[in-house]
Ligand binder design. Structure first.
Ligand SMILES: Cc1cc2nc3c(=O)[nH]c(=O)nc-3n(C[C@H](O)[C@H](O)[C@H](O)COP(=O)(O)OP(=O)(O)OC[C@H]3O[C@@H](n4cnc5c(N)ncnc54)[C@H](O)[C@@H]3O)c2cc1C
Length: 393
């Protein structure tokens, strides 16, 4: 709502002019391997970083379905910018779910987002295939309730801009006894000492995210910013569900937006190319039409899946043990579909689109990043196999 009490719609925030500027800047960020700073500033000024924050905490009061739709739209203009801002939205979505479920320690995410703070996602660690269920970062609990973290976080998107880093580590005093909760989650303020961002982001695609490694050396999170303690190993804690459901749904929105744009470009290129043999444009060629139609078929199937999962996460649907299989299926389908649609668009658009400066080429590189996000292909299949066949003996 605005001060006058009017509802702020998606196109009030992501105006056509703003989206146009964001699309114009995307190739330059990619070419120069530059962080999407102007995009982030403009999105912040437009109120987009508080989109999901409930009105009572000073936000726009959108729900997850609206944010998913908007992230998808933004990604069709600049995937890397959408992925960068996604990490902030993930924490806001987590905060919103946790507060709803009666965990007021997460209110700080909502109030601080509406005050202009930018949250980053400091979860991934080198070689940590347990992802959320164990940590190689040492967490030393201090007498005053604060916790000091030492270790390496990799791929910290928004590294030049975050003001709060949501992170976790493992209690150095843990003994491994049954019932312990050694994994400690908190939000590190940027002004804290004992950390630095490495300058190690030079990658194939999604270059504007600047997901540099974060080196923690006794970085201390004050007591009031420590929000949860969890056991190691898979568990059903609400925080685990909040992180997985927010992350996987919003990530899928970004990759669905890439597919939307690829289809649009594929159709435009087909309409613009004329065959010497027939004198007709390629959008009249039955083979080209079939290939693009097949890509559209996959994209529309994903569209339905994304919308329904976003609505069900928002509604708190009861899927019991099938929730995680559903979420990893969405994420796997979204990233695979983006690549498949791009294959079709590139395959029907002619050799000119293989140029490094072509938007389709850039989207292809961006879409490849989808391989690496959790839950990766092997992990998703483990989840699905366990659901269907039971755990490995
Ligand atoms: C564009 C993009 C943005 C991302 N943004 C975020 C984010 O904001 N927050 C977040 O938490 N995650 C983020 N991720 C990270 C992602 O979730 C994965 O964790 C990441 O891709 C690493 O995957 P991996 O473990 O397969 O990589 P690996 O290739 O196995 O490892 C990555 C790095 O760790 C080192 N390493 C691997 N194994 C070991 C070992 N045993 N000991 C020491 N070093 C080792 C490697 O040398 C390499 O430098 C992002 C990923 C991408 C592609």
């Amino acid at each position: 709502m605005t001060d006058e009490g009017a509802y702020v719609s998606i196109s009030d925030v992501l105006t056509p002019d703003l989206l146009h500027r964001i699309r114009e800047r995307a190739p330059g960020y990619d070419e120069r391997n530059e962080f999407c700073a102007e995009d982030l500033d403009e999105l912040q000024q437009a109120g987009y970083l508080k989109a999901l924050v409930p009105e009572e905490f000073g936000g726009l009061g959108w729900d997850l379905r609206q944010l998913v739709e908007t992230q998808r739209r933004l990604s069709a203009y600049a995937p890397a910018t959408a992925l960068a801002v996604n990490m902030h939205h993930v924490w806001v979505s987590v905060g919103r779910q946790m507060v709803r479920r009666g965990h007021p320690e997460f209110e700080q995410v909502l109030t601080e987002s509406s005050e202009g703070h930018i949250f980053a996602f400091g979860i991934s660690e080198p070689g940590n295939d347990a992802v959320l269920f164990d940590s190689s970062t040492a967490a030393q609990a201090n007498d005053d309730g604060s916790v000091s973290f030492t270790g390496t976080k990799i791929f910290t998107t928004l590294s030049p801009a975050w003001t709060r880093l949501g992170l976790f580590g493992k209690d150095t005093a843990a003994t491994g006894e049954e019932g312990e909760t050694p994994l400690i989650f908190g939000f590190l303020p940027r002004e804290a000492e004992g950390w630095r961002a490495a300058d190690d982001w030079d990658v194939l695609g999604m270059r504007a995210t600047h997901s540099n490694s974060t080196l923690l050396d006794g970085a201390t999170v004050p007591a009031q910013r420590i929000v949860r303690r969890l056991p190691t190993g898979p568990n059903q804690d609400p925080l685990v569900f909040a992180i997985f459901s927010s992350f996987l749904t919003l990530l899928s929105a970004v990759y669905t937006g890439i597919g939307d744009r690829a289809l649009q470009l594929g159709a435009e290129h087909a309409a613009a190319r004329e065959a010497l043999t027939t004198g007709e444009t390629l959008d009249q060629d039955p083979d080209i039409r079939y290939k693009l139609a097949e890509a559209q078929l996959r994209q529309l199937a994903l569209d339905a899946q994304l919308r329904s999962i976003a609505a069900e996460v928002e509604a708190g649907a009861e899927h019991g043990p099938s929730w995680f299989p559903r979420l990893v299926t969405l994420r796997t389908t979204a990233t695979r579909t983006a690549r498949a649609v791009l294959d079709a668009a590139l395959g029907t658009s002619g050799g000119a689109q293989y140029r490094r400066t072509s938007e389709l080429s850039r989207l292809y590189r961006d879409a490849l990043a989808g391989i690496h996000h959790p839950s990766d292909d092997e992990s998703a299949h483990r989840t699905l196999a366990n659901y269907l066949l039971g755990p490995l003996k």
